[in-house]
Design a protein around this ligand. Structure first.
Ligand code: ATP
Length: 571
């Protein structure tokens, strides 16, 4: 396929306001792509060259792209900068200033060029390669190429929609589950697409876990109290719920790879965990645990803020000396060629206990087998006294359900009077200019939404106007203006029209007093019935860099929280 054709598909995807149409365009694109190139087409559609867990970054700023555009077009840098100021998007600038026909490069050729730019070490090399590429592209091709380079493709195509389009490529949308299963086991849609075209249905059905490819994490449902926990799980395991970083740690011979909850590469951030895993005798291994800083002297857990300071890239080593982390291991997913995700929880746990024998950096999570409400309550009170946020309950005979949230695992959290027991993660889909004191900031309220996986869309749940400092509002406006849209995004379902629509990209955590029914919002709305909304929502913290829009709270979870709040007795 010519890269020009791909760019034309991107134009159509960018212009659509309907999710169904987005699906149809994607299907058309995947059907027309050459077999050999389908993986690359999938990555490029997601604005990537390789899955994000590989941690390959272009390292090319807008400023460098402008320099390259100036050289490739022969225009003065100042003119390019002026246009960038006007459009706020290097893609539009490229479209405006490049006038060549283009050399008709194929998708693979452009992919290789982009790959060389990402791999080049020095800035100078990157710019030279980019100038050459721009000279070979037509304006519309360049528009998308430079957007991919600066990490701002903005097609807004969701993974779920890609999965569905790939399933249809197999002949039936119902193969979605098969495609999804493979994706859950490797977090790499390009690899799934390649498997699908080269090995067909059978190859996909036989898709296996491989260390070095993150498994999409299993998630927990909420329960209201100890009684519901026992009612749902029966005799079960309960564990302390640690408030740290969830990590999935892979060992493959002499290599260790550590991934975040969102499958981001984190190996360099946790040198002490890497070292501890190296010492385990297994050749291949995948385990999960929660990492947090523990005060060596008192044995107390440090607050999450201390743990999260690791996120700063520099001084990791010093930090690991000052605040060493422990990984509280709670699951085993793979061991020396054997897939453990399919085994019952207790089998996995027993094998994990055999592996984690020395207790230092690696510890086992606290676990107790219980069968009565009273035992759960005692364990819960004890956990709260130790400063933990709650407990987890786990079904003894359940497999590890990659990429899904269900009642195999449940969480029971402390609740506060007059407040929802849990926070929600919502996606910003637009904002209002603001009145009064906020008018000068040009932003006063956010329109936020939750995720509905079945339709791969975002349904509005609440306006959020409090919880941020003035500086945070200013940064938010800047961030949102960069992803501003002139129409509602195809995957957003809203009855409210904000002053500015934005691409669903940023997730924030909000707390609220209550979930109420509301005719204004589309979350949980069926026919003429009202939807759901938040009462007195306020933001907690700033934008969650660790969550993708699809990791936001789901509509189903909101319904569940609505039912739970009715049952929780408020003392
Ligand atoms: P989720 O991860 O469920 O989307 P979240 O990120 O908001 O939601 P919580 O809802 O607070 O997190 O709880 C689930 C998380 O608790 C897990 O993802 C994991 O990071 C953490 N956790 C802590 N202790 C355990 C444990 N013993 N077993 C499993 N998970 C644990």
């Amino acid at each position: 396929m010519k890269f020009l054709e791909l760019a034309q598909f991107f134009e159509r995807l960018e212009g659509t306001t309907s999710r169904l149409e987005m699906f149809q365009i994607l299907y058309e694109l995947f059907s027309q792509a050459d077999k050999e190139e389908l993986g690359k087409v999938v990555y490029l559609t997601m604005g990537e060259l390789v899955p994000s867990f590989r941690g390959l970054e272009f390292g090319v700023s807008e400023k460098l792209v402008m320099e390259a555009l100036s050289k490739a077009s022969g225009l003065k840098l100042s003119s390019i900068q002026k246009l960038y100021k006007e459009f706020g998007d290097v893609g539009k600038v490229a479209l405006e200033v490049l006038k060549r026909e283009g050399k008709g490069l194929s998708v693979s050729q452009v992919y290789e060029e982009l790959y060389s730019i990402a791999r080049a070490r020095g800035t100078l090399d990157k710019v030279m390669l980019l100038i050459n590429l721009l000279k070979a592209l037509s304006a519309i091709e360049a528009k998308f190429a430079v957007r991919i380079i600066v990490g701002n493709l903005r097609l807004g195509v969701g993974e779920a929609t890609i999965i569905e389009a790939l399933a249809l490529l197999l002949g039936d949308r119902n193969y979605r589950q098969l495609v999804e299963r493979a994706y859950n086991l490797c977090s790499d849609l390009g690899l799934v697409a390649e498997t699908l075209v080269h090995k067909g249905l059978e190859g996909l059905a036989e898709f296996k876990i491989q260390p070095g490819y993150p498994i999409r994490m299993a998630l927990a449902e909420r329960v209201a109290d100890a009684e519901e926990l026992i009612r749902r799980l029966g005799r079960c395991a309960i564990e302390a719920k640690y408030d740290g970083f969830r990590l999935q740690v892979h060992k493959k011979d002499k290599e260790v790879y550590i991934y975040s909850r969102n499958s981001e590469p984190m190996t360099e951030m946790f040198p002490e965990i890497k070292q501890a895993i190296m010492e385990i005798s297994a050749r291949e291994l995948i385990i999960e645990g929660e990492a947090l800083a523990v005060n060596e002297e008192t044995g107390e857990f440090y607050p999450f803020q201390i743990t999260i300071q690791r996120k700063r890239k520099y001084g990791v080593y010093e930090y690991s000396k000052e605040y060493p982390l422990k990984l509280f291991c709670f699951d085993l997913l793979y061991l020396d060629g054997e897939d453990y995700t399919v085994k019952p929880f207790m089998d996995r746990r027993k094998r994990l206990e055999d592996l984690i024998t020395f207790r230092n950096t690696l510890e086992l999570s606290d676990l107790k087998i219980v069968q009565s409400t009273k035992e759960v309550e005692e364990f819960f009170e004890d956990a709260i006294l130790r400063g933990l946020e709650g407990i987890m309950g786990k079904r003894l005979d359940a497999p590890y359900t990659a990429g899904s949230r269900n009642f195999n695992w449940v969480k029971l959290k402390r609740s506060y009077k007059g407040q929802l027991a849990d926070t929600l993660d919502v996606v910003i889909v637009g904002y209002f200019y603001g009145r009064g004191a906020r008018a000068k900031l040009g932003i006063g309220t956010l329109l936020t939404a939750v995720y509905e996986p079945s339709s791969d869309t975002f349904k509005t749940l609440s306006k959020v106007g409090s919880g941020f400092t003035e500086e945070e509002w200013v940064s938010l406006k800047k961030m949102l203006d960069e992803i501003k849209l002139d129409h509602k995004h195809a995957r957003v379902d809203s009855l409210i029209t904000p002053d500015v629509w934005v691409e669903p990209k940023y997730v924030i955590t909000v707390s609220a007093d209550e979930i109420t029914r509301s005719p204004l919002h589309t979350a949980g709305k069926v026919g003429d019935e009202p939807g759901y909304a938040l009462r007195f929502p306020r933001a907690v913290g700033f934008v969650r860099s660790d969550k993708k829009p699809e990791d936001a709270t789901t509509v189903e979870e909101v319904l569940r929280m609505y039912q739970l709040q009715k049952r929780v007795k408020i003392e």
